[in-house]
Design a protein around this ligand. Structure first.
Ligand code: ADP
Length: 243
């Protein structure tokens, strides 16, 4: 219990810090980006500058990466403005799957098992897409690019800790390497990653956890080393009104 408390206090502190910094960094990035765009236009008029254009492209891309990072931090801090709307989750997942197949590469087979009687939910659909994308990319990495990804929806059933009747469940399963107890205990920590320095940010699951919590939902993980992982999102049917 002590460990849990310490953990949640740490999350809270990092979250508060993140929310403060992210706002300022976003503003700085916006200035850098618009400056680079202007520069790009100016230089376009000088045909002798392909090298410089390439440099500018590179910098724009880095600024964009920085923006994506700060977004994830903001989600983790649970202080981002959310716009919940009525969402047909099955339809949303079908649309996302087409994009996923392109993103995840050929070795990953994506399968959807969608409950036709699924209740509608209220949630920020764009942030939900980001969360599912984060989970799918983790699944691909865990399978080293080869395996099966299953996305499953259902109306949530018995669950001791939650008022299950008011949730819909979406599960993202992979046939990857799975997680040890030790890893599982740390996955929601911001910046925790087992991937190489330039591979992982350790913010993917933090985004998922922060966003789902802020939306009034829950995240559960089942994992077995050598067999695979299932991440379950319990999403509220009714929008959470207060934050
Ligand atoms: P990142 O993907 O940048 O490492 P995440 O927060 O998304 O950051 O994940 C943290 C860690 O959790 C990963 O480095 C990995 O060790 C573990 N992990 C996440 N998803 C899975 C999965 N589907 N299968 C196995 N391990 C996973």
């Amino acid at each position: 219990e002590d460990e849990r408390l310490r953990q949640s206090q740490k999350m809270e502190a990092v979250g508060r810090l993140a929310a403060g910094i992210v706002h300022d960094i976003n503003n700085l990035l916006a200035v850098v980006t618009s400056g680079l765009r202007l520069l790009e236009k100016e230089i376009d008029r000088d045909p002798a500058s392909p090298k410089i254009n390439q440099l500018i492209e590179g910098m724009l891309e880095r600024a964009q990466n920085g923006g994506a990072l700060t977004q994830q931090l903001l989600a983790f801090s649970r202080r981002q403005p959310l716009s919940p709307e009525a969402v047909d989750l099955n339809q949303r997942i079908s649309a996302l799957t087409q994009m996923l197949e392109r993103t995840l590469g050929r070795g990953v087979e994506t399968r959807c098992v969608l409950d036709p009687a699924l209740s509608p939910i209220h949630i920020d659909a764009n942030q939900l897409d980001v969360a599912i994308l984060n989970l799918a990319v983790n699944a691909r990495d865990a399978m080293a690019g080869k395996g099966t990804l299953i996305i499953e929806t259902s109306n949530a059933t018995e669950d001791a800790e939650t008022d299950s009747g008011s949730f819909v469940r979406v599960s993202i399963r992979d046939t990857g390497c799975g997680m040890s107890e030790d890893v599982l205990a740390q996955v929601f920590e911001p910046f925790f990653t087992t991937k190489g320095e330039n591979e992982g940010t350790g913010l993917g699951l933090s985004q998922v956890y922060g966003f789902i919590s802020q939306s009034g939902g829950h995240v559960r993980i089942d994992s077995a080393v050598g067999e695979g992982t299932a991440v379950h999102l319990l999403l509220p049917k009714k929008a959470k009104t207060e934050i």
